[in-house]
Design a protein around this ligand. Structure first.
Ligand code: CBF
Length: 800
């Protein structure tokens, strides 16, 4: 593939491209163009430059008959594309220069792009990082997802409470996608299964069309590009003109409305599931469209379906696409006449399953009645998979199957259908073996492997943090963006005071920018000299934002009681959304905002403590906040966070972590060094042990005076004077149902926060620790993770 610099356009050519798009694609005269028009023209000019590498990659894959990876995910939390693509193509600075000449500002235009929020949190953002890394390392692949009309809801606060409104990223044109009306498949639901010529014949009652939209994903330096193919649901039946003419307008539009419902909204849940029938239909819609598309592409150049696994690897991102096994088997048997066992073996050799959570409520289970009703043929196949598997392992007293107590267990289905199952951090993988699938692990030793998560350094360092990126390049030269392990080259410089000052300078510049941004978005003024303490992630009890806010109250109380001590000023920054139906999480948001209102207006604590919670946390907000963080809060109950990826982004950007031994925190601490990490709290085993004491919470509270004081203040309505009993539920749960062990870890957390303050006072030493975090985080590149999947699971070579 050609060198990117050879493909980079000259200034004049790029300017001409932008103006041509403005005139002929947008139909706008430069004198009257809005920011939107300029952004579109710029995006199209950049997209033009992706098409070359995209075509070249596709042609090579065909010509060399390469194995392809298909990444099936209900979520792709992409964020904005413009700047990321411009950086990968080496066009960022050129674009800014050309635009400046045209009287436009690159950052303003890039900031105008809506976030593509087709995901809830970690799992969806991981899928987006992996797409970018697959393109960077030259792994021929397709991502398959749903083109939701409405991505993750918008959050605002009213009286401190979360209010959700619909998100509409497609309200204006999406310049990155190409509609593919020719790539459309019929997806069936319900109906009857009969037998014809010895084969099952499923006649669905309802059908919709899955129609493809392709977004090219370009890797670092444009060396390779893959496709993210998102499916949109369209009606199979044409508009009912007869009904319309009779004046029955609503009924005439009914088929369209019904079909479109399937790709209308992303489910705002990442740990539980809801709206069962629609959710199951969405999962099948994605999976069936993907599998049909995979087979169609394969059969264009092959005839022997038994060789499918040599050419096709299919990754199920969590259990959501776990119907991939049954759907592939259905097509192999019913449409292509392959015997059941052989079809199962082919499917299994193609499939991999990534588990992302141990939370029992997140492991999908569908009632057999529902599956049988919506997907009658698949229900038969699932039962046959179950009995085939049982037959292959007779005499197992504790046999764990797929169908149990009238439920289809999607975790077991995914496990049994796949040749590899992976966890997403070393600890999580061990817990998957020991706690989640102990029986299946015994039956299939070696099937469970670990692939610790990673994040793309292009977006999360190079793009989000130009100040630090510039310093890194100045210090160790270019090339670290796709060889992140080269960051270790910074280590010798960490001992150089000049380097540390420059490192601290970059952090300070980011904090100043963030302080300005906070003032603009929340009206709260914060000092960039304070310690920026950041907890940004979905709101969930296991992530323990509650622990953070309770400790914040304790600290506030302590400052008030000890006004003459030399306190370290802190800004507590929260960001995150709660699933709309998750009442407890929403209560915690309310409490954080109520506490913030009191603390931020307290003249006795002033700049010593501020709490900010900007609404509507999303990928773009993360890109603002992460480079400015001094401290990263990774404080989940041990054994609950599968991995975390925010922890990686923050540490990579030179934040020190305060955290438990949970998820990837364990590996981060190993890599950055225990002395550069603030550890506290119970381990996963100690958590289990602690829960055996039914009164663990009461005992912990009684043993900790600051916590008692905090709970007392909250119970008395100190933060909710207009409604004193507002948080009685929270306080009561703390005493009696503290499943996530907030009380048990409070003392250790509070003490460790004291350590954080002490360390922060030693400014230069803090910078040394922060710089060592950055220098030692190379392992957590998503390129490393993807290479692991290619080798251990997919059996795919890099095309580069
Ligand atoms: O593996 C990616 C992430 O997935 C989750 O967000 C999920 O949705 N299950 C986990 O909670 C994270 O720990 C994990 O990093």
């Amino acid at each position: 593939m050609k060198d990117i610099s050879a493909q980079r356009p000259g200034k004049e050519a790029f300017r001409a491209d932008i103006l041509r798009h403005l005139t002929y694609t947008l139909g706008k005269d430069a004198g009257h163009a809005s920011d939107y028009d300029w952004r579109m023209a710029l995006s199209f000019a950049i997209r033009d430059r992706i098409v070359g590498p995209w075509f070249a990659s596709t042609r090579r894959t065909w010509a060399e008959n390469r194995k392809r990876v298909y990444y099936l995910s209900m979520e792709f939390l992409i964020g904005r594309i413009l700047e990321d693509a411009a950086i990968n193509l080496g066009l960022r600075d050129l674009a800014a220069e050309v635009l400046a000449d045209l009287g436009q500002d690159f950052a303003t235009l890039a900031g105008e792009e809506p976030d593509a929020a087709l995901g809830n949190g970690g799992l969806g953002r991981l899928a987006a990082c992996y797409m970018e890394s697959m393109a960077t390392v030259g792994c021929p692949s397709y991502g398959y997802g749903i083109r939701y009309e409405h991505g993750l809801f918008r959050q605002r606060f009213e009286g401190g409470q979360q209010v959700e409104t619909a998100e509409d990223w497609l309200k204006t044109r999406n310049p990155w996608e190409f509609e593919r009306p020719e790539s459309a498949y019929t997806i069936g639901f319900k109906g009857e299964v009969a037998e014809k010529d010895g084969r099952a014949l499923w006649t669905p009652d309802e059908t919709v069309i899955a129609s493809a939209y392709d977004t090219p994903v370009v890797g670092w330096q444009g060396r390779w590009a893959n496709t993210l193919r998102l499916w949109s649901a369209k009606p199979t039946q044409a508009f009912d003109l007869e009904r319309f003419n009779r004046g029955d307008y609503a009924a005439a539009a009914e088929p369209e409305t019904l079909a479109r419902t399937i790709s209308r909204v992303l489910y705002p849940e990442d740990t539980t599931y809801q709206g069962k029938e629609l959710r199951l239909k969405q999962e099948f819609f994605l999976t069936s469209a993907a599998i049909q598309d995979i087979l169609r592409r394969y059969l264009e150049t092959h005839t022997d379906l038994t060789a499918l696994p040599t050419h096709v690897a299919i990754q199920m991102n969590d259990t959501h696409p776990a119907l991939a096994g049954p759907e592939l088997i259905r097509l192999l048997t019913d449409a292509h006449g392959i015997g059941f066992e052989e079809a199962f073996d082919i499917a299994q050799a193609c499939l991999g399953y990534t588990n992302h959570t141990l939370l029992p409520e997140a492991l999908e289970r569908w009632s057999t009645w529902l599956v049988g009703n919506i997907l009658p043929r698949h229900m038969q196949i699932i039962e046959r998979i179950d009995s085939l598997h049982r037959r292959r392992f007779p005499n197992r007293p504790h046999y764990v199957g797929i169908v149990k107590h009238h439920e289809v267990r999607m975790g077991e289905l995914a496990f049994i259908s796949a040749h590899r199952v992976n966890g997403v951090s070393a600890l999580h993988t061990e817990l998957v073996k020991e706690r989640l699938f102990p029986e299946l692990n015994k039956l299939h030793p070696g099937r469970i492997v670990n692939e610790t998560n990673g994040v793309t350094p292009r977006r999360w360092l190079r793009m989000a943090n130009p100040a630090l990126s510039g310093l890194i390049t100045e210090t160790i030269g270019e090339g670290w963006e796709d060889h992140l392990d080269r960051l270790t080259g910074l280590e010798p410089h960490v001992e150089d005071k000049g380097f540390r000052d420059a490192f601290a300078g970059a952090k300070r510049a980011n904090k100043v920018a963030t302080a300005n941004w906070i003032a603009r978005t929340t009206g709260i003024s914060v000092s960039p000299d304070a310690l920026f303490d950041v907890q940004v992630k979905r709101l969930h009890e296991y992530k323990r934002q509650l622990l953070n806010i309770l400790q914040t109250v304790a600290q506030w109380h302590f400052i008030r009681e000890n006004p003459n001590l030399p306190h370290v000023p802190r800004v507590k920054i929260f960001g995150g959304k709660a699933a709309p139906g998750y009442v407890v999480a929403k209560e915690i948001i309310h409490l954080i905002n109520d506490v913030a209102a009191v603390i931020n207006n307290d003249p006795r604590t002033g700049d010593l403590l501020k709490v900010v919670y900007p609404a509507n946390y999303n990928v773009s907000m993360a890109e603002h906040l992460i480079p400015a963080a001094d401290l990263s809060e990774q404080i989940s109950t041990a054994g609950k966070e599968a991995s975390g990826t925010g922890n990686m982004k923050l540490s990579l950007n030179g934040a020190l972590t305060i955290g438990t031994l949970d998820g990837a925190n364990v590996e981060i601490r190993e890599k950055v060094g225990a002395e550069n990490f603030f550890l506290f709290g119970l381990t996963a085993d100690e958590v289990e042990e602690r829960r055996k004491d039914v009164e663990h919470a009461r005992h912990a509270i009684l043993a900790n005076q600051p916590l008692q004081d905090v709970l007392q203040m909250i119970a008395e309505g100190r933060f909710s004077p207009g409604q004193r009993d507002r948080y009685h539920g929270i306080v009561d749960r703390m005493w009696h149902h503290d499943y996530f062990l907030v009380a048990s870890d409070f003392g250790a957390y509070h003490a460790e926060q004291g350590e954080v303050d002490r360390s922060y006072r030693e400014a230069d030493d803090w910078t040394r620790k922060a710089a060592l975090n950055t220098a030692r985080m190379g392992f957590f590149s998503s390129d490393r993770a993807i290479r692991g999947y290619m080798e251990d699971i997919w059996g795919v070579d890099s095309a580069l």
